[in-house]
Design a protein around this ligand. Structure first.
Ligand SMILES: CC(C)(COP(=O)(O)OP(=O)(O)OC[C@H]1O[C@@H](n2cnc3c(N)ncnc32)[C@H](O)[C@@H]1O)[C@@H](O)C(=O)NCCC(=O)NCCS
Ligand SMILES: Nc1ncnc2c1ncn2[C@@H]1O[C@H](COP(=O)(O)OP(=O)(O)OP(=O)(O)O)[C@@H](O)[C@H]1O
Length: 278
């Protein structure tokens, strides 16, 4: 398989558009347990589909800025700090667009790094493994300039439960995308499932394995164990188990938990798939 795009006609605007389209595809995918989708707002009383869509659209310019500054560069401390600045500004713009609701913080992180890595070298890297490897190199540079809050929900539960969280996923090269998300998306498409069903299989495959700090923070280890077990049951046969899916949605709403990290990694999987197939 070719690992480079020899056409060289990638623009920062194209990457901004692809990142935003991936966020829109994720939020519109239905039915997703605990998450905002076309049917309901899952476990999120402060979000709905229109809010998520406005949030995604507000981020297009930020992804474009990240692509612009990263074009033809290599991972470096300098670039890490510039991209962190742009990402944090993007978080502020997101909060402005949503009236203060954290709709896409984890997605800004994952897609921001992947957007940067996808335009690093000329000819541009197109293979997902290479994009994730370069994004991990960038994520591993220290985030030294930041003087703000380091007491996030994610950091609290990472310490408490000794799990990797969003930062570890990136510094490890996005293993849940490379080893789980992309293979599941490709296999289910090859088996002839509809695009919607292929993307649902992909989400549940990620949920079955990910230590999602959103779930841990709100529901603890017991909720994470239940979610992983149920997600794997939904996809255990060659046909989605719709009864199990409905049951999980109900249970997640009752527990007040949502797989926000898995949703972010689904959006990132769709973004890499777009790049490989463009
Ligand atoms: C690393 C980030 C996500 C903070 O993570 P942290 O674990 O401290 O915090 P927080 O709980 O606030 O957010 C984590 C979010 O990540 C997602 N997530 C949760 N678990 C996981 C997981 N296992 N894997 C991937 N994503 C996950 C969820 O959406 C969650 O809401 C990030 O906000 C950050 O440090 N940004 C700095 C700006 C920057 O460097 N940007 C560069 C790219 S734009
Ligand atoms: N469709 C979706 N519905 C809900 N959340 C989503 C969706 N897609 C992605 N997410 C992710 O889930 C995270 C929001 O989940 P949650 O509200 O539990 O976050 P938190 O950071 O733990 O909490 P807080 O809102 O208190 O800051 C966002 O950062 C976002 O990236």
């Amino acid at each position: 398989m070719s690992i480079v795009n020899t056409s060289n006609n990638i623009s920062d605007g194209l990457r901004g558009k692809q990142a935003t389209e991936s966020l829109l595809a994720e939020v519109r995918l239905t039915p997703k347990p605990g998450l905002v989708d076309r049917c309901d707002s899952g476990s999120h009383s402060d979000m709905n589909l229109a809010l998520m869509e406005s949030s995604a659209l507000s981020l297009e310019l930020m992804f474009k800025r990240i692509a612009n500054i990263s074009m033809n560069k290599h991972p470096s401390q300098y670039l890490r700090e510039r991209i962190a600045e742009i990402g944090r500004k993007g978080e502020v713009e997101m909060l402005h667009a949503t009236g203060g609701v954290n709709t896409h913080k984890g997605a800004i992180w994952a897609l921001g790094l992947l957007t940067a890595a996808s335009v690093f070298l000329t000819p541009f890297v197109k293979n997902s493994r290479d994009v994730c490897r370069l994004a991990a190199e960038l994520a591993r540079f220290p985030d030294d300039c930041y003087q703000g809050n380091r007491d996030t929900n994610g950091i609290k539960v990472q310490k408490q439960y000794n799990v990797d969280g969003a930062k570890g996923e990136a510094t490890n090269g996005f293993p849940h995308i490379i080893n789980i998300g992309l293979p599941m998306l490709q296999n289910t498409r090859m088996q002839g499932f509809s695009e919607n069903t292929a993307q649902l299989y992909t989400l549940f495959a990620i949920m079955a394995e990910l230590d999602d700090t959103c779930i841990l923070y709100r529901g603890g280890y017991s909720a994470l164990t239940i979610v992983k077990k149920r997600a794997s049951k939904i996809i255990e046969h060659n046909k989605l188990n719709w009864n199990e899916l409905k049951r999980l949605n109900k249970e997640m709403i009752e527990m007040g938990v949502s797989p926000g990290g898995s949703a972010d990694l689904l959006a990132a999987t769709l973004f890499l798939d777009k790049i490989e197939n463009q």
